[in-house]
Design a protein around this ligand. Structure first.
Ligand code: AGP
Length: 611
């Protein structure tokens, strides 16, 4: 939701903070700010904040040159409380500049805290929840920063990852987290805290992930950690497996295009480690065959595109393994008092592993005694650490707000789980099993083949970039796929796009179809092709411009469609991994032709760590 970074060391803090924030802008880009301690000179904290993108902060600080100091904190914001203005930009200060804080998360009881603090004489400068934290820290600061932090956070309800400076503690940076991610990292050039790994990769890959209510103190000569009793604790550091290049565009115009093109490798990196001698091996998952046989129902929860993965997985798991699957939006699941039966496996799908609603749904399910399995892309993320079993996708860091490679690797993970569960439950013959595994192994190259047709999708996007509404239709697994296609288009091109089960159109929505309405029909499921054609005829007869997406060889689509996109043939259950590629390209090039910043679409952020 927001990105925070903190640094202390021998370097020029402002330069390091700005570079770190640049790699966190995907988490929010409404406003930005830094606060630097100028060390022993004046024991003062100097804060600079701007509305808008980080570049405005670079411009305001001569790229950091005009801000001296060797320790500081920084923030890039996705606005929650208070509009994106300078006054609401972080860092927030208190006590006449004695304390500064940056915050990722939401303080739910901020209004009560504000009233209490105003009663103690504090004058608020902003509309934010974060400013209450700054004033609480000032109120409890009696010279012991750990004690001030402990006393402050005990009053906070909600989620937070904090970076904190105390003017009378030059060279020191503090942090603490609850339900929002915070890492600490150490290097020869100094020590760091950050919301996510990309912020520090330029300097180090030696990181540790703070657990809830752990406090970190960065000093120039080292990092120390404390629990809520103020006792020192030890934390294990790990080495991040990817380097800074993975968090850069690598010559592509946007991260999204780079990540679309990384899909063959991401799929191969996710699939190959789990296929040995033609068999799917999920040892790292740690689920025994007995545990799998005991699964009588699967409850899947996620948000956004990850929820589309769950919708896809439902069809595949039920078809192959014969296990009933329920799918819920995490934000609904956690509040609808679901009836959870014995033998239900809770599966949470999340790229970031930090989505607040998905994390809360995981905790709810665990509290009900369910065995939990998470499919996550970010190592060490909250969902990965709290789930009983974790299946890591190997997509590598995904920076673009619109997910692509994480989505397709999540599909592959679910496919492997479904095939494996079906095999353990004796639902597949050896021939069926090997046919599926062979087809799975072909997906990376087939995605490469589709990407080689990129120019044709760019041409198509140019033709329809000005459409006002777009309807995506499909049946069965194709319906799950068009859910993602519609979201991709609307979230980065701002075109109103809706996905419909093709058989559902005639129950009302078809009234919206008129001459020139853009309809994209996906037809890959062999048992449903004829039904799909009749739905296509229905809309075409009403003047729709019909784009069809089907597999090579299904040429009769040309009779009905104004334009047909072909993808390589594969097993019916695996088509979603191929269908999504042209849909991603279409969305990307439509967004581009509409002059939109594809990687940072308005109102969005990469990781929604608030409810
Ligand atoms: C998809 O393009 C969006 N970025 C969004 O829907 C995303 O999938 C959703 O917020 C879930 O995020 P997660 O996978 O990190 O939990």
């Amino acid at each position: 939701m927001c990105g925070i970074v903190g640094y202390t060391g021998a370097g020029h803090a402002a330069h390091i903070l700005l570079d770190g924030l640049e790699r966190l802008e995907y988490r929010g880009y409404d406003s930005a700010g830094i606060c630097v301690s100028d060390g022993e000179k004046s024991h003062m904290l100097k804060a600079l904040r701007v509305k808008g993108r980080l570049q405005a902060l670079r411009d305001a600080t001569d790229n950091g040159d005009s801000v001296d100091g060797e320790s500081g904190i920084g923030h890039t914001r996705w606005a929650t409380h208070g509009e994106p203005t300078v006054e609401n930009a972080h860092p927030h200060l208190s006590g006449g500049g004695k304390v500064a804080v940056v915050h990722n998360g939401i303080i739910e009881n901020y209004a009560d805290l504000r009233k209490t603090l105003e009663g103690r004489g504090y004058v608020f400068q902003s509309e934010t929840d974060t400013e209450t934290i700054a004033h609480l820290l000032d109120y409890y600061d009696k010279g012991d920063p750990i004690d001030a932090i402990v006393r402050t956070v005990m009053h906070l309800r909600g989620s937070f990852a904090l970076g904190i400076l105390f003017a009378d503690r030059p060279g020191e940076v503090y942090g603490i987290r609850r339900d929002s991610p915070l890492i600490a990292a150490t290097s020869e050039s100094g020590n760091f805290i950050a919301s996510d790994v990309p912020a520090i990769l330029e300097w180090t890959r030696n990181v540790t992930y703070l657990d809830n209510m752990e406090i970190v103190c960065l000093k120039k000569d080292g990092i120390s950690f404390y629990n809520m009793d103020g006792e020192k604790i030890e934390k294990e550091f790990t080495t991040v497996s990817w380097d800074i290049a993975a968090a850069e565009k690598g010559g592509y115009a946007h991260f999204m295009l780079k990540e679309i093109h990384e899909q063959p490798k991401a799929m191969a990196d996710t699939i190959h480690p789990h296929v040995r001698d033609g068999r799917i091996v999920l040892d790292e998952l740690g689920m025994t065959d007995e545990e799998i046989r005991a699964v009588r129902r699967i409850q899947m929860v996620a948000c956004g595109s990850a929820w589309h993965v769950c919708m896809t997985a439902k069809y595949v798991m039920e078809q192959l393994a014969g296990i009933p699957v329920d799918v819920d939006l995490a934000s609904e699941f956690r509040y609808r008092n679901p009836v959870l039966e014995e033998g239900t496996l809770l599966m949470v799908v999340s790229q970031s592993g930090e989505t607040a609603d998905s994390l809360a749904a995981l905790r709810y399910g665990k509290a009900q005694g369910m065995l939990s399995l998470a499919i996550v892309n970010v190592v060490g993320s909250s969902i990965a650490r709290e789930a009983d079993r974790v299946f890591y996708t190997a997509a590598g860091p995904e920076i673009a707000v619109a997910t692509t490679k994480a989505y397709s690797t999540q599909l592959a993970a679910c496919d492997m789980l479904a095939i494996h569960f079906a095999s353990v439950k004796g639902k597949l013959s050896e021939e069926e099993y090997h046919t599926l595994v062979d087809a799975l192994l072909k997906l990376p190259e087939q995605i490469s083949e589709i990407l080689r047709g990129e120019a044709r999708m760019q041409w198509l996007a140019g033709k329809y970039a000005n459409t006002r509404d777009a309807f995506f239709i499909g049946r069965g697994l194709d319906y799950a796929s068009v859910l993602e296609g519609a979201l991709k288009l609307k979230e980065i091109s701002y075109i109103h796009a809706e996905a419909y089960a093709a058989g559902e159109l005639k129950h009302g929505t078809i009234s919206l179809i008129e001459k020139g309405s853009m309809v994209l029909a996906v037809a890959t499921q062999s048992e449903l092709l004829e039904k799909e054609v009749s739905n296509i005829v229905e809309v075409h007869a009403r003047g729709a411009t019909l784009l069809a997406l089907t597999f090579e060889g299904n040429y009769n689509m040309e009779d009905q469609a104004d334009f047909t996109i072909y993808i390589p043939k594969t097993e019916d259950v695996l088509y979603p991994s191929l269908v999504v590629i042209p849909l991603q390209l279409l969305a990307y090039y439509v967004s581009l032709s509409r002059g939109i910043d594809v990687d940072k679409p308005r109102n969005l952020a990469k990781s929604v760590t608030v409810e």
